[in-house]
Ligand binder design. Structure first.
Ligand SMILES: NC(=O)c1ccc[n+]([C@@H]2O[C@H](COP(=O)([O-])OP(=O)(O)OC[C@H]3O[C@@H](n4cnc5c(N)ncnc54)[C@H](OP(=O)(O)O)[C@@H]3O)[C@@H](O)[C@H]2O)c1
Length: 298
């Protein structure tokens, strides 16, 4: 499906949604204020949180560029968007574990005015926690997918945002990127990179009218979390994205939703020596070896 004209009269229809947020309580304006944004690019858009972003942003009146791995999944989502919102969708198939994809991506978005970039794509090296040497050596894939992707996509798109002096970049990190998290060492470190990259970049480009925000969610029910049952802490992807979009002007870093903000606040109170203790790691591993023995628990 071709995006025929990315700079048509698309507008974000929602009125400014003023909301109350927690620590400290602030009155902020969410995405509703970003009526300048007409086109959004989302990586890892075929499923999970990325899919929720494209569906939600299309509802806000934005045309969409989806970049992801599986063509069929993107085609299904694009069909849904076009049917339900009338927004236009362009699909770019790319595997972010590879390094040679960026020329093609740049060619495909040449001439498009991108208002919003969501660097969402990411992968876990291994579905369950484990010691670094006990997991598969997927180091290069994880680094390419979790770090290089956001860095390169930002380099491609920030240029045009700088020229127009407006733009929004959302980088999806993780709650386990907030502190060095054993048993998820590589994943946690890759997500910590995104936190540092985003915050430093925001300091550089804030005065140029560009918002760069890093989001560090905890549990969201997706394929990555094996569709964990939703509860007070495990959010449905659509609900998570809808809520997080209210907070884009809140600051350079959020957890994306109130429940995760509170969890993050509590976790920060626990001394690192406790989180890093052998005992806690063993307990954690035991819990997951249980899951391995009884797949119904997953
Ligand atoms: N779910 C959570 O609890 C959670 C918590 C914190 C942070 N996050 C972060 O949120 C982001 C999205 O996670 P999610 O839970 O939505 O994951 P997901 O359900 O596994 O979906 C990931 C999407 O990215 C695509 N993708 C994965 N690897 C790719 C690659 N190498 N090249 C191109 N596309 C690729 C997938 O493609 P296919 O369509 O081919 O599968 C899928 O569309 C990730 O960065 C993750 O680290 C998630």
């Amino acid at each position: 499906m071709e995006l025929r004209n990315c700079c048509d009269s698309a507008r974000i229809h929602s009125s400014a949604r003023d909301i109350l947020f927690c620590f400290p309580v602030l009155l902020v304006r969410g995405l509703g204020s970003a009526s300048w944004a007409q086109l959004t690019v989302v990586t890892g858009a075929g499923d999970g949180i990325g899919k929720a972003y494209v569906l939600e942003l299309a509802k806000h009146g934005l045309n969409i560029v989806m970049i992801s791995r599986t063509l069929e999944k993107m085609q299904k989502v694009a069909f849904e968007i076009e049917e339900t919102t009338g927004r236009q969708v362009k699909i770019i198939q790319a595997d972010f574990t590879k390094n040679d994809i960026y020329e093609n991506i740049e060619d495909n978005i040449k001439g498009l005015e991108v208002g919003i970039l969501v660097n969402n794509v990411g992968m876990l090296p291994y579905p369950v926690p484990c010691y670094f040497l006990n997991g598969p050596d997927s180091d290069t894939n994880v680094i390419n997918c979790n770090i290089t992707s956001a860095t390169k996509m930002t380099r491609i798109i920030l240029k045009q945002m700088e020229q127009r002096r407006k733009g929004l970049i959302l980088n999806i990190s993780s709650g386990v990127g907030i502190f060095p998290c054993p048993l998820y060492t590589l994943y946690s470190a890759s997500k910590a990179y995104l936190v540092s990259f985003s915050k430093a970049l925001q300091a550089e480009y804030k005065s140029k009218g560009i918002i760069i925000q890093v989001l560090s969610p905890y549990g969201v029910s997706t394929a990555m979390t094996r569709y964990k049952q939703t509860d007070i802490l495990t959010k449905n992807a659509n609900d998570f994205v809808r809520e997080s979009l209210n907070y884009v002007t809140l600051g350079d870093e959020t957890f994306g939703c109130l429940a995760h903000e509170i969890l993050g606040f509590v976790l920060k109170l626990i001394p690192l020596w406790i989180l890093h203790s052998d005992r806690l790691q063993k307990k954690f591993l035991e819990q997951f070896s249980d899951i391995g023995r009884n797949p119904k628990n997953t």
